[in-house]
Write a protein that binds this ligand. Structure first.
Ligand code: SF4
Length: 311
């Protein structure tokens, strides 16, 4: 890739007169030697999987394999249909869609890891709800996925994108940054504004620990995806309104690395701290396994698909 940082990404777009999505697609073509049409088609297939996952969980409850979670997306959709949500209908829809995809992941259904299975709901929640509201064609959203991929690529190479390495800030936080930057571009923002959206979004999740109850990507992962979708919308709106990340976004990424490196291992996916070790978390663990945790978490779904830059 001809860019390694977010500021270089903006500079490259300026030089080439391209969007972040266009630049990423072209760079992927050069790097893989594949025709860009083929790469685009593959990404379009990923977007189809995202839409299927959104639709699956909003119409009927999708229980997790463990039985601990499921049905929250339907609950939020029902609430949305019968009440005036505090967030407003648009953000509440994004939230419900993000919950849906995360529930599909917890049921071992098919999702796209963006950037990981644990944070798979945020980009689809933001993208699919925005597409419905704004009438975008699929092709625009697919290009948005390339923009999100470019942002994820930079974060992965300068910090981390897995909870085991950097806590939940690295998974859910990165997904929020990717969704916020891509949405800013989809809404007509410049690459510079998109990168400000990334910095604004990442700041809001710095320090978020990874503490999955029972070692499963369910509690608190699913609701964090719902919150993450709403934060991404907010960050995009701030950036489009002209709000800047005063601390440059690349420096925010460096802080994520610093914070994640200093994070104790009990808060990095081991289920040995945080919510996983509350009295209720311990009880759930005992009910599930006796005393020891079960499967590892951040790549929980055996049927997940990874569109690219995953550590
Ligand atoms: S708590 Fe851990 S496993 Fe769950 S989404 Fe966050 S990083 Fe992933």
């Amino acid at each position: 890739m001809k860019f390694a940082t977010l500021s270089q990404l903006v500079e490259c777009c300026r030089e080439e007169g391209s969007t972040i999505g266009q630049l990423m697609l072209s760079e992927q073509g050069k790097e893989t030697g594949q025709p860009v049409e083929q790469i685009f088609r593959q990404m379009a297939e990923y977007y189809e999987v995202m839409k299927e996952a959104v639709h699956r969980g909003i119409h009927e409850p999708v229980p997790s394999r463990s039985g601990l979670t499921g049905g929250d997306a339907v609950r939020v959709m029902d609430y949305l249909g019968s009440s005036m949500p505090s967030l407003g209908a648009e953000a509440c829809t994004a939230l419900a869609y993000a919950l849906s995809v995360s529930e599909v992941n917890a049921s071992m259904g098919r999702i796209i890891a963006t950037p990981t299975a644990g944070s798979c709901g945020i980009i689809p929640g933001v993208f699919v709800s925005s597409q419905q509201r704004l009438g975008w064609e699929d092709e625009q959203l697919v290009m948005g996925l390339f923009a999100a991929g470019a942002i994820g690529y930079v974060i992965a190479n300068n910090s981390f994108i897995s909870g085991a390495e950097g806590g939940c800030q690295a998974e859910v936080g990165s997904a929020i940054g990717m969704a916020a930057g891509a949405l800013t571009e989809l809404r007509g923002g410049s690459p510079e504004q998109a990168v400000h959206a990334v910095g604004l979004a990442l700041k809001n999740s710095l320090g978020l620990i990874c503490d999955p109850v029972g070692g499963l990507v369910e509690i608190p992962c699913i609701v964090r995806n719902g919150f993450g979708a709403v934060t991404a919308l907010a960050a995009a709106d701030m950036a489009l309104a002209g709000v800047r990340s005063v601390i440059p976004s690349d420096e925010v990424v460096e802080v994520m690395l610093e914070v994640g490196t200093a994070m104790p291992s009990k808060h990095r996916e081991t289920a040995k701290g945080g919510l996983a070790q509350t009295p209720t978390g311990k009880k759930i663990l005992k009910d599930l396994y006796g005393t020891s945790p079960g499967n590892s978490c951040n790549t929980s779904s055996e049927t997940s698909e990874d569109p690219g830059d995953r550590k």
